[in-house]
Design a protein around this ligand. Structure first.
Ligand code: 5AD
Ligand code: SF4
Length: 434
């Protein structure tokens, strides 16, 4: 039995895709890259912007033929758009077997069990895979990459950024316990994983009790830093509010924490940041980044930016460009504002004309691309440390993709001398002397 997983959206969504696949793997399904030959398809949707949602809905439509070819096939639609539009999806696409919203992911193994019942008999032998804590630690790490894995440490979001639908579709913050995180990280490293990315919508707001003691996110990093076989530790996606001195200190002193921080600024206009309810201003971002760079000189910062938020003026946009110039992100994810039904900003007039949004996005991308190119070209001639994820392809600790000739067996950390760049990937050769 073959399973195909399609995921739209963020890294959380990718990690959820693994979790959604686990119960079916427990029933004996194996992964296939092509949908045509699959017996089951899981479509893990995103709703953060209209465009992402439209892509998922259009794919559900296109899968009708696949399903009709063999009604025994199973089509599961999950994730954030499924949470937002669940009943509508079931009605509009009656051939979908199961619609499971993002908030139900903890109960999902039970839901699948009930929905599939006795179909796919392998269940009888492997039922234990999806009992107990819903997150199974024993599914093959090769699902995404054998050497780099995600570990979800919290779900949901307690903020109310005025443009964002995430709190509505993912709910309030829920934190995994320190013990289960440690168990999962240890299980994954025992299976050969060298790099773990801790995931959460606002990952650095994580906290939990250890006995009677409150453990906060910076301490989680230092504790996981003690696992010797864990070569690299990353985390996504932090909220700027929790980027404080404790976190900077933990990053600076924990040797396996990579020199990379995602700091989503969204805008450089303090007026807009207030309306967005972001709880920081542009000077605060610069102050934090200065402290971070003073403590970790090699650190690279990436960011998310929205253009065309309601009422955004040329002056607001110029301030965004100014903040980006001061922040110097090596990587940027830029978006045109997309009103999401039910969010606070959806009640504001979407008054920036689309052509103005497009033009601002173009100018912003020009600046961000130049900063990325600059960061990439600074590596030329240097020797960088890369975790070989796929035999000749991997990433540096500070987040750049690298491809090199003469690959050895994957899974090792190697030194590569950078000779050039192509399509935002560093190119190089193994450096045997290093
Ligand atoms: N419109 C455009 N971009 C958005 N994002 C979140 N909501 C919206 C929206 N309504 C962007 C933010 C966030 C990233 C994941 O998606 O930049 O950090
Ligand atoms: Fe959305 Fe803001 Fe929460 Fe991030 S912090 S998930 S942007 S509400």
């Amino acid at each position: 039995m073959r399973l195909h997983v399609v995921t739209f959206g963020c890294q959380m969504s990718v990690a959820d895709g693994e979790e959604l696949a686990a119960p079916l793997q427990g029933r004996g399904f194996t992964a296939v890259a092509e949908p045509e030959t699959a017996d089951a398809i899981i479509l893990n949707t995103c709703t953060v912007r209209q465009h992402a949602e439209d892509k998922a809905l259009s794919l559900i439509g296109r899968l009708r033929g696949w399903k009709e070819k063999d009604p025994e096939r199973v089509l599961i639609v999950a994730g954030c758009a499924a949470e937002r539009l669940g009943p509508w999806i079931s009605k509009r696409f009656p051939y979908v077997d199961l619609v499971v919203g993002a908030k139900s992911i903890e109960d999902y193994p039970k839901i699948v069990e009930e929905a599939l019942g006795a179909r796919f008999d392998a269940l009888a032998e492997t039922g234990q895979t999806f009992k107990g804590e819903s997150r199974s630690v024993d599914h093959p790490t090769g699902w995404m990459s054998p050497f780099s894995a995600f570990v979800t440490i919290m779900r949901g979001c307690n903020y109310s950024c005025s443009y964002c639908i995430v709190p509505a579709v993912r709910g309030r913050e829920l934190y995994r316990s320190w013990e289960t995180i440690l168990a999962e990280v240890s299980a994954k490293t025992a299976l050969g994983v060298k790099e773990i990315t801790l995931l959460g919508q606002t990952v650095n707001s994580w906290h939990a009790l250890d006995g009677k003691r409150q453990v906060r996110f910076p301490e989680l990093l230092t504790r996981l830093g003690k696992i010797d076989s864990l070569e690299r530790l990353r985390f996504e996606s932090p909220h700027p509010h929790f980027v404080d001195d404790d976190l900077i200190q933990a990053m600076a002193t924990t040797k396996n924490v990579c020199e990379q921080l995602h700091l989503p600024i969204q805008s450089g206009s303090d007026r807009l940041l207030k309306i967005m309810r972001r709880n920081y201003d542009s000077e605060g971002i610069i102050e934090k980044t200065n402290r971070l760079r003073a403590a970790i000189p090699r650190v690279e910062v990436s960011t998310d930016i929205i253009v065309g938020f309601p009422s955004e003026t040329d002056d607001d946009f110029t301030r965004t460009l100014d903040l980006v110039r001061r922040l110097r992100p090596s990587w940027s994810y830029t978006f045109k504002y997309s009103p999401r039904e039910g969010t606070e900003s959806a009640g504001m007039e979407d008054d920036v004309p689309d052509e103005v949004k497009e033009e601002r996005l173009r100018r912003l991308n020009e600046l961000c691309d130049a900063l990325t190119e600059d960061a990439l070209s600074k590596r030329i001639g240097k020797v960088v440390e890369v975790l070989d994820e796929q035999g000749g392809f991997g990433r540096t600790r500070d987040g750049f993709k690298v491809a090199w000739r003469e690959p050895g067996p994957p899974g090792r950390t190697v030194k590569v001398r950078i000779t050039g760049t192509s399509k935002r990937v560093l190119k190089g050769e193994r450096d045997e002397r290093a």
